[in-house]
Design a protein around this ligand. Structure first.
Ligand SMILES: Cc1cc2nc3c(=O)[nH]c(=O)nc-3n(C[C@H](O)[C@H](O)[C@H](O)COP(=O)(O)OP(=O)(O)OC[C@H]3O[C@@H](n4cnc5c(N)ncnc54)[C@H](O)[C@@H]3O)c2cc1C
Length: 382
């Protein structure tokens, strides 16, 4: 049986000054942000907040300074992201660009495209979304049907994407499309294109989720022209590229901190008379958080070293999503007996939101069953 290689942990640089800087910035920037809004975590967007963060050099901070980045290490970015998520900061506008699209551009885009896009992304002015899923092709991503046909100077794209987070705010989408001649196998003949969401033929329609929020969309592509230099990497190599991209989105702190603002609010409300079961629950959360952080950091170290830890990243996402979902459920189970101070009802409102919203934590970024399949295969069990 294959083992899961989560050790050794990377050496953390001394990030205390950075951590304090971020905390000071957030204490001011989020002073008026109430708990129910913070509970929306990384699905909430605020372009003004993103621009302020960009002004601090905290978007694309690992990118080379030649492209507007900060030449920082992946672990420094990890500290920044921990603080943003712990505070429930509205990061969604720049989130996908910072987490993965920027890295994809650095790996695969032409010099001219990198120079044109990355500095604007780092400034918090230009947002990306991820166009992988399609109606009928979610977990089975190789079933995508959106097709790009070569034309003079580029590609003509037809098809539809779905569940595209932030497409209503984004300027550009990295879309996985078919560019083969139709005789390819499922995994061949796929490519990644940067699609301008303001181009003629693009329609973006927000989807309202069960909590009444609209953070993801349908994107229809009807004869959309994409210039040749907006192809990322090598035509036909999209399957390999997209799988490496998925490892970037499955193992970060966002995979276990989505319910964290609720934990912090519970801790703030505890006093000497606190219910014993609740105190024990908080201890249980703290132990799980610590373990998840060690696992996630280990994957961050592997990613920074240029490895492709798909198995380990899937494990972090699966265990982390289970934790994020358990937090509101566990609080609900003890809520009536706790007598927690909640004069303005904010704690109750945040709990109500997370009980509903957390259903999607084990869907987004790859469903629970699919991740368990990857883990089982990685362990040689199937
Ligand atoms: C909040 C949210 C944000 C998202 N953002 C984006 C985004 O920005 N960009 C993007 O491209 N996509 C995004 N997605 C899509 C998400 O990654 C897909 O929903 C996911 O891949 C599932 O696809 P599907 O909805 O078509 O479900 P299906 O693939 O149809 O799955 C339905 C059910 O069948 C199960 N299933 C499917 N295949 C198997 C199998 N082989 N073995 C066992 N069980 C299986 C699944 O686990 C699931 O329970 C987002 C989804 C959510 C919920």
């Amino acid at each position: 049986m294959t083992s899961i290689d989560l050790a050794p942990l990377p050496t953390m640089p001394d990030c205390r000054a950075l951590r304090q800087d971020v905390r000071d910035f957030l204490a001011h920037a989020l002073a008026d942000r109430a708990l129910p809004a913070r509970a929306r975590s990384w699905s909430a967007a605020d372009p003004a907040f993103s621009r302020a963060l960009g002004g601090k050099g905290w978007i694309g901070m690992t990118w080379p300074s030649a492209y507007g980045g900060g030449d920082a290490s992946a672990l420094e970015r990890y500290v920044l992201v921990e603080e943003l998520l712990a505070a429930g900061a509205p990061v969604a506008a720049h989130w996908f660009g910072d987490r993965q699209s920027g890295a994809m551009l650095l790996r695969y885009a032409s010099e001219a495209v990198k120079a044109a896009l990355l500095p604007r992304m780092a400034a918090g002015d230009l947002y990306f979304c991820i166009g992988m899923s399609e109606p009928g092709a979610g977990s089975d991503l190789a079933a995508i049907r959106t097709r790009a046909t070569p034309v003079d100077g580029g590609w003509r794209v037809n098809g539809a994407k779905i569940w595209t987070s932030g497409a209503h705010l984004a300027h550009l989408m990295i879309a996985l499309v078919r560019t083969g001649d139709g005789t390819d196998t499922r995994h061949d003949g796929l490519s990644q294109l940067i699609v301008d969401l303001k181009a003629p033929g693009v329609t973006v329609r927000p989807i309202v989720d069960q909590m009444g929020d609209s953070h993801f969309c349908e994107v229809f592509l009807d004869d959309v022209f994409v210039p040749a230099d907006m192809l990322l990497g090598t035509p036909g190599d999209g399957w390999r590229q997209v799988n490496a991209e998925l490892a970037l989105e499955r193992s970060g702190p966002e995979r276990y901190l989505s319910s964290y603002p609720l934990i912090e609010a519970v801790i703030a409300a505890l006093d000497d008379t606190a219910d014993e079961a609740l105190v024990a629950q908080v201890g249980h959360w703290a132990a799980q958080l610590w373990t998840l952080r060690q696992m996630s950091l280990s994957v961050a170290g592997k990613l920074a070293a240029g490895d492709d830890p798909m198995l380990e990243a899937s494990l972090v996402k699966e265990v982390g999503a289970r934790f994020e979902q358990e937090v509101p459920r566990a609080l609900q189970a003890v809520w009536d007996g706790t007598g927690l101070a909640d004069a303005d009802g904010a704690l109750h409102e945040a709990l109500h939101f997370l009980l509903g919203a957390s259903a999607c934590f084990s869907l987004r970024g790859g469903t629970r069953e699919v991740l368990r399949g990857i883990i089982a295969r990685g362990l040689g069990l199937r």
